[in-house]
Design a protein around this ligand. Structure first.
Ligand SMILES: O=c1ccn([C@H]2C[C@H](O)[C@@H](COP(=O)(O)OP(=O)(O)OP(=O)(O)O)O2)c(=O)[nH]1
Length: 177
């Protein structure tokens, strides 16, 4: 697939930093580095400077996504993931990092903090009508199809063989609970 071209302008605070780039031939995201040095305390967030601005072609956006290594090892995520860079935005791209971990997270200028994924944008126009067509789901949502009651237990012949664990029977806990 031919890559789209995105104009990029290095800002004064971005001097000497690498521009966003793919780390491998098959990488979906371009790694982006921090243009500032700071500490994000547990439970806090910061819009981290990147030192560049971009002009995305009309019909596209750029998504700002977290890096899985930072998420898993340190609880660092993009709070608004995926962040949306609009094609008409000309300000500095920022990465809104949140520290969901238990320790201070130190960011040094030049550290890779997130990844950028360009994507086509499908726009829509709402058409207001008095009532919507009916469906089997109707207004059911937010877990309405989950197994929560005895009535939803599988019949005898559908039950798992003895000794085989069922995921629905396992208490799922988050670490620390
Ligand atoms: O992670 C992000 C998200 C957004 N932006 C910039 C680019 C984007 O085009 C602009 C607005 O983002 P968004 O539309 O998500 O924010 P909003 O809260 O709706 O603000 P606005 O009223 O300015 O659109 O902020 C970033 O630099 N990083």
């Amino acid at each position: 697939m031919t890559p789209i071209e995105i104009a990029i302008q290095r800002l004064p605070n971005g001097g000497g930093l690498p521009l966003p780039a793919y780390a491998s031939d098959g990488a979906a995201g371009m790694d982006v580095v921090a243009a500032e040095t700071l500490t994000i305390r547990p439970g806090t967030r910061h819009a981290v400077a990147t030192g560049f601005a971009i002009a995305i072609p009309a019909g596209y956006e750029v998504q700002v996504r977290p890096r899985s290594g930072l998420a898993l090892k340190h609880g660092i995520t993009c709070l608004n993931t995926p962040g949306t860079i609009d094609s008409d935005y000309r300000g500095e791209v920022k990465v809104i990092l949140a520290n969901l971990g238990d320790d201070n997270f130190e960011i040094r200028r030049g550290d890779r903090i997130a990844q950028l994924v360009p994507a086509p944008v499908q726009r829509a126009a709402f058409v207001e009508i008095a009532s919507l067509d009916e469906t089997a789901r109707g207004a059911g949502g937010f877990g309405s199809t989950g197994v929560t009651s005895e009535a939803a237990e599988p019949a005898e012949d559908e039950a798992e063989p003895a000794g085989v664990a069922s995921l629905s029977a396992m208490p799922l806990r988050r670490p620390g609970e």
